[in-house]
Write a protein that binds this ligand. Structure first.
Ligand code: BES
Ligand code: ZN
Length: 624
């Protein structure tokens, strides 16, 4: 049984003045308990955050105030917030009266509990600053930007990093509306994942200006995001556009010109887009992910700008999160497949509607390859969709989760499944969700007591057991089957000059490079490299897959390419496998990894640094 608690019925104003949405319910069932927060929302919870912050590039610090609205149960004495290395100067009520507060013992990942004595206060004002090493914040010197003249800052909240720059209850089940005033140097632009109220900025103290933002919907706090830099905008259509540094904007906007169509396509599938605008911010190369679904403003890696639109599925993915993830949100990180698996499925449906069945099949077939790889290498326990309390199981969430939903689609038929999913997003809009909650909803609204269907679907096995149930649907791609035929010829000794790669998409390249036998002699590697231009490929997906193969064979001529490539890209998916490959050929690779990393480390975001530090320090690499 789901238990919804909102404490008090908050009446919604019917005046013309926009007001934040009434507080969203929280879940209090045992499986909805988030072990990665110190918050105790059943006692007192944050419902709204007002930020007034200044971004100081000289000291790599954000400072100012966060004012929090608190909804407290009867008799509540305190509110507990998450705090990761913040320096707190004072905490007061709305009238400026000091409130007592204390910070508990700190954990390197979770940070520390910040407990504030509420008294009768229901709005508290925290004066603070972030630490220069804040785990959410990437501070880039000008050299790491496209323009090379101005510095850049971006935040990455998911999963539990926003507590390093915002003192709030940093848990995906505790939704909050928010607003912000951000003051930055006058030659820089600030953008956030919310309605942008002052596109040109407003004057502040000399040499500074301010930007204001508001998010009236309740969102999980990991979706509050900020970027500051030399940022320009180009519209695609009335509600979509691209933000990027001026020198890359034209190219970025051309690559992403289908974004407006993607939004209409997504709406036709699963219901109205509820967030107003949908824009994409193309970041500098140290952005650690492919994309991040920050509401109204997807953050994207520049590695998807390959000139042929063959990686815009990343945008379809982040856009799809506007339903799966941002509307209906995993209540805890143990259920992150509800965000990522649903989104990977939805993304593929957008790809199909926009680019056709074969293109979607190519992407789905490649996900299947990755799923098979992960099922082989992961510990069985890590192959469950509903993970243990601690968090996500990496790509399995994406590919096993999407395969689960596709299997339901094929079993009940597309029309019935799509109607169900539209209803699901509506029923749970702006609310947290658990695996148990999803299965209950599915049983109530799709299966409706049909015993035969229940048996066929094997829901509990999919959700809670390791491995892959045998009803799993594998979509096969004719395009990739052709690559497999090429691979067979090459394997039988055909010259590489006979490989017709001229019009390959990134996905065909990946099937080819990852499908080559892992053992290759130097002569054949040289032939591959020369003929296909691999060491010099400007496409980072190709470059990464090639280097992994070259490294596995200790191919010395690839060393300059490794040295050039690794410091130039910070997207974990494209650099971690290269470091992992170097580590796997210890005596040849580790010295290269150490040497290149010493130079590259400073150019990566803290989350990439954390991942590679751990990888290179770990004895074995069992935990992928
Ligand atoms: N929400 C994720 C990124 C993320 C996941 C950040 C977990 C922090 C913790 C985002 O939507 C995503 O999945 N990005 C993918 C791209 C996608 C096309 C698979 C990525 O970054 O590669
Ligand atoms: Zn995602």
């Amino acid at each position: 049984m789901r238990v919804l608690i909102a404490f008090a019925a908050v009446t919604t104003a019917t005046t013309a003045v926009a007001a934040p949405d009434a507080p969203s319910p929280i879940l209090t069932t045992p499986e909805a308990k988030d072990v990665l927060t110190y918050a105790r929302p059943e006692i007192a919870r944050v419902t709204h955050v007002d930020l007034d912050l200044t971004v100081d590039f000289a000291s790599h610090v954000i400072h100012g105030t966060a004012a929090l609205d608190i909804l407290a149960a009867a008799g509540a004495k305190e509110v507990i917030l998450d705090d990761k290395n913040l320096a707190i100067f004072s905490i007061t009520d709305a009238a400026g009266h000091t409130l007592a507060w204390s910070v508990g013992a700190s954990d390197p990942e979770k940070g520390a509990p910040l407990t504030v004595q509420l008294g009768t206060a229901r709005r508290i004002v925290i004066a603070y600053r972030s630490d220069p090493g804040a785990s959410a914040l990437g501070w880039l010197p000008p050299a790491l930007t496209a323009g090379k003249v101005k510095p850049y800052l971006f935040s990455q909240g998911e999963a539990i990093n926003n507590r390093s720059w915002i003192p709030t209850q940093d848990s995906p089940g505790i939704r909050q509306s928010w607003a912000a005033k951000i003051t930055v140097p006058a030659d820089l632009v600030a953008v956030m994942s919310a309605e942008r109220l002052t596109p040109g900025g407003e004057p502040a103290a000399k040499g500074w200006h301010s930007y204001r933002f508001r998010m009236d919907h309740n969102v999980p706090p990991y979706l509050i995001a900020l970027a500051v830099g030399d940022i320009d905008f180009k519209a695609i259509d009335g509600r979509t556009g691209v933000y990027a540094e001026p020198s890359t904007l034209t190219k970025d906007a051309a690559e992403l010109s289908d974004t407006g169509k993607m939004v209409t396509t997504a709406e036709a599938l699963y219901g109205k887009y509820r967030w107003g605008r949908y824009d994409v911010l193309v970041l500098p190369p140290s952005f650690p992910f492919g994309g991040m679904e920050n509401p109204t403003l997807t953050f994207a890696t520049p590695t998807i700008i390959t000139g042929d639109k063959s990686n815009v599925d990343v945008i379809a993915h982040e856009l799809a999160h506007s339903w799966s993830g941002n509307l209906v949100t995993n209540a805890t990180w143990a259920d992150s497949w509800l965000n990522e698996g649903f989104t990977t499925y939805f993304e593929n449906r957008i790809d199909e509607a926009l680019y056709g069945k074969e293109r979607a099949a190519t992407l789905a077939d490649l996900s299947w390859d990755n799923l098979q790889r992960d099922l082989k290498t992961a510990k069985p326990d890590a192959t469950r969709l509903h993970g243990d309390a601690g968090g996500s199981n990496g790509e399995l969430d994406y590919n096993k989760g999407s395969t689960f939903l596709r299997t339901i689609e094929y079993t009940v038929g597309r029309a019935r499944w799509d109607a169900y999913l539209r209803g699901y997003f509506d029923r749970h809009a702006f609310q947290p969700q658990t695996t148990a909650g999803f299965l209950a909803d599915l049983r109530a609204n799709l299966i409706k007591g049909d015993r035969g269907l229940e048996t066929k679907l094997e829901l509990d096995r999919w959700a809670y057991q390791p491995g892959l149930p045998d009803n799993a649907v594998h979509v096969k791609s004719a395009t990739l089957a052709k690559i497999d035929a090429t691979l067979a010829r090459v394997d039988a000794g055909a010259p590489i000059t006979s490989v017709d790669a001229g019009h390959w998409s990134t996905q065909e390249w990946l099937r080819f490079l990852n499908g080559l036998p892992r053992k290759q002699d130097a002569a054949r590697l040289g032939e591959l490299d020369r003929t296909l231009g691999l060491s010099a490929s400007p496409n980072p997906y190709i470059r990464s897959a090639w280097l992994v193969l070259a490294i596995a064979n200790r191919y010395d001529p690839a060393i300059p390419s490794i040295e050039q490539y690794l410091p130039s890209v910070g997207r974990m998916l494209l650099v971690v496998p290269v470091y992992r490959a170097l580590k796997a050929v210890g005596s040849w690779g580790m010295p290269i990894a150490q040497r290149v990393y010493a130079q590259a480390r400073g150019s990566y975001h803290p989350v990439t640094v954390g991942a590679i530090d751990r990888l290179l320090a770990r004895k074995d690499d069992a935990a992928r």
